[in-house]
Design a protein around this ligand. Sequence first.
Ligand code: NCD
Length: 302
Amino acid sequence: MQHLLGIEDLSADDIRNILDRAAYYAKALEGGKWDHKTLDDKIIITLFFEPSTRTLISFDIAAKRLGANVVNWQVENSAMRKDESFLDTILTLNQMRPDAIIIRHVEFGAPNFVATRVDCPVINGGDSWREHPTQALLDALTMEREIGKLEDLTVAICGDVAHSRVANSNAILLKKMGANVRIVAPEFLMPEKFAVEGLETFTSLEEGLPGADAVMLLRIQKERMEAGQIPDDAAYHNEFGLTLEQLNLAGPKAFVMHPGPMNRGVEISDELAEDPERSLIARQVANGIPTRMAVLDMLIGG
Ligand code: NCD
């Protein structure tokens, strides 16, 4: 593995290796024991062109837990404010010889382009609606730790699937690992085509949820919609919002997941978001650290 640009580029064996390493780091973090110097002297640049709380901080912490130094580039304070181009920004940073670049960008395939122009590994922290590979990996780690093996698991991915890189990366990963994947979305948020074959599609929670082991919710990504496309929050909640009652349509033991940021009262009810027995949302955030430690270790570790 030279870069991590998308789940699409990984084999089932690659995914297995990352998840095993991530599970090792998850246990090590819980026990307070791991090698803090794995990434000693490494310098990692985070280059985020879109807002982020979880992904950015989690990469930063994962890198620092392994002893790396992190430089957070910020568009507002950069020479792009003086009309420097994206390409010149990348070429400039490359000359400073970072050991890795982690990028989030609004453009489809931007991390792949960067990978062709720099000399270090590039990690995709999310590009447009295309891929968000570390989110899918941390979701997979969470399902394996909390539910069981991915093979034959039934996962319903619900909501604004059309604009979601999280849905895309998860669907690709889950199919590669032998899970059953359902896409549950209102017509206007259902993608016209999918990156993988064999997904079942449903246009209501009543049809799509029964029998699912996990229900993965998505935010309505208003920033990727035209003004006229944006649904009314309350109307959406009535039809597609997940409450405990709706989650029980899947089954009495089904779990809810969400990559965050959540919009409580829209795609998820306030109570369900923090339900101690049925929500894996907090654990997804926690599992982001060992997952990203695993990825960094495998790409640039000694
Ligand atoms: C998501 C993202 O930015 O792709 N969040 C995340 O990284 N955990 C999902 C979203 O923005 O809705």
